[in-house]
Every structure is written in C-alpha cells, then in structure tokens.
Design a protein around this ligand. Structure first.
Ligand SMILES: NC(=O)c1ccc[n+]([C@@H]2O[C@H](COP(=O)([O-])OP(=O)(O)OC[C@H]3O[C@@H](n4cnc5c(N)ncnc54)[C@H](OP(=O)(O)O)[C@@H]3O)[C@@H](O)[C@H]2O)c1
Length: 233
C-alpha cells in the first residue's frame, strides 16, 4: 500500500504520518526538507503547493499512490477587502486547487487497482463559515463539494473520498490563528462544548480508520471532528 501525506513536516500532517508509519510505504511532502527528513518514511518530496506542484504530481504518478491524504493547508486572517490578488491565489491554490490536482494524478493508479482512499483535511470553518477568514472558509468549503462529487464518480472503483473537518487543533496554524483573532485562547475554549482543543492525534486516528476495510462504506462524507463546536447551529 503506497500512502502519501501532504503537509507532514509538522502539526496534524506529522501526527497522521506517525500514525500511518506502519500501514504501508509512507511518502511525505511539505516545504521544510529538514523536518521531512526526520519522518520515518520510504521517501519524501519537497514541494510548495502554491508554486511548484508539478514535481509532486510526478512523484504521485511514479509511486502509484493508493492512499492520498491532502492535509497541507494555509490560514489567512483579515477582511476580504484587505486581501491582495496574490493572497487570494495563494490560499485557493494551496487549499483547493493543488489538492484537486493531486487527486487527479492519483486516480489512474487507484482505478487500475480498483481500490483507493482519498482523505481531505478541511475545517469546521468550511462548514460553518468564519468571519475574517473568508478565503480560508471558502477554500475548505470547496473541498467538501469536491469530496461529494468525486465520491460519486469513484464509488464503482472501490475508491472512497472523505473530508475531515477539525475544529480548533493545538498546532502552529491553530495557535497563530487565535493570536491573529480578537479572542484569547481562554475565550475560545469557553465556546467549545467540550472545553478543549482537538489533538492532532485524534485526526490521525480517524484517518487510520477511514483507510481501513472497516470504513469501506463511508464515502462522500464530511466528518466534523471539533469537540462539539459545530453542534447546535
Ligand atoms: N490547527 C487547526 O486548528 C486546524 C483546524 C481546522 C483545520 N485545520 C487544517 O489542518 C491542516 C493541517 O494544519 P495544521 O494545524 O497541522 O497546520 P501547521 O502546523 O501549520 O502545518 C501545516 C502543514 O502544511 C504544510 N503547508 C502549508 N502550506 C504549504 C504549501 N504552500 N506547500 C506545501 N506545504 C504546505 C506545512 O509545510 P511546511 O511547514 O513544510 O511548510 C505543514 O506541514 C490544514 O489543512 C488546516 O487548514 C487545522
């Protein structure tokens, strides 16, 4: 089984890579080569999803990926009218366009094997909307639409496609987004029904389940892993 995790150099992606280390031939990608070198994996590919995506597309074709986990993502905070064309392009490219392109490169080998698993890491912001994060929210909402359509397209090939939508997770991205917001860490915890942040390992364990045979019936789903944040809306 050939597995690729994007954004594996830190945070949630790193936890997923550690969880799946023994599930097959693990391939990882990110921009930080030093951190990728420390991952226990078969090989890695240094790639900036906002710029030089072709190198990773070739890596996927060469390694015939059976399980693709599109985890890498970038957050940007601010009113939409303050965003530059470059910001808009970078966020959509990293969070939505590149994941769709990488999936398109993985599909032929999966179809050939009549088996595959695709997991996109979305965000609760793509489900609920988040003020001053319109580019991030809309890019993550796009992943949900992509997931549903592809699940239908690929169902007959035994390929499942799902999105996991984390709530607040204690990572660099999660904590930076709190620093940029108008709320303190304590105020945010107060709004979360379980009064806690989600751990990267919880997302990793859900990935492990979704790639298993036990989860073959789960496809096209958008699963909120958010300590209750999205409940009651
Ligand atoms: N933390 C949260 O609260 C939270 C909540 C909901 C959803 N999420 C989603 O979960 C995913 C992982 O987030 P995280 O919290 O683990 O963030 P993180 O700690 O900042 O890690 C982000 C990862 O994505 C990679 N990455 C970012 N931009 C990239 C680019 N342009 N090209 C290639 N790699 C890139 C980073 O690689 P390098 O470091 O090597 O550059 C890093 O490995 C993201 O999609 C995020 O939107 C996070």
């Amino acid at each position: 089984m050939n597995i690729l995790v994007t954004g594996a150099s830190k945070g949630i992606g790193n936890a997923i890579a550690k969880e799946l280390e023994k599930s097959g031939n693990l391939y990882v990608t990110g921009r930080n080569e030093e951190a990728l070198r420390e991952c226990i994996c078969k090989d890695y590919c240094v790639c900036d999803l906002a710029n030089d995506i072709e190198i990773l597309a070739e890596f996927i074709e060469k390694n015939k990926i059976d399980i693709l986990i599109n985890n890498a993502g970038e957050y940007i905070y601010g009113a939409l009218e303050t965003m530059s064309t470059n910001d808009i392009q970078r966020i959509y490219q990293t969070n939505l366009i590149s994941p769709a392109y990488l999936i398109s490169k993985a599909i032929p080998a999966m179809k050939n094997n009549k088996w595959g698993r695709i997991i996109n890491i979305g965000s609760i912001s793509g489900v609920m909307g988040e003020a001053y994060a319109s580019l991030y929210s809309s890019s993550k909402a796009g992943l949900i639409g992509l997931t549903k359509a592809l699940a239908l397209e690929l169902a007959e090939y035994n390929i499942t496609v799902n999105t996991i939508n984390p709530g607040w997770v204690e990572t660099e991205l999660g904590m930076n987004s709190i620093d940029e917001s108008e709320f303190s860490k304590d105020e945010i915890i107060e709004c979360i029904p379980q009064k806690r942040f989600v751990k990267p390992e919880e997302v990793a364990k859900l990935c492990k389940y979704l790639i298993s045979e036990d989860a073959k019936g789960i496809t096209g789903q958008s699963i909120n892993l958010c300590a209750g944040l999205s409940v009651g809306i």
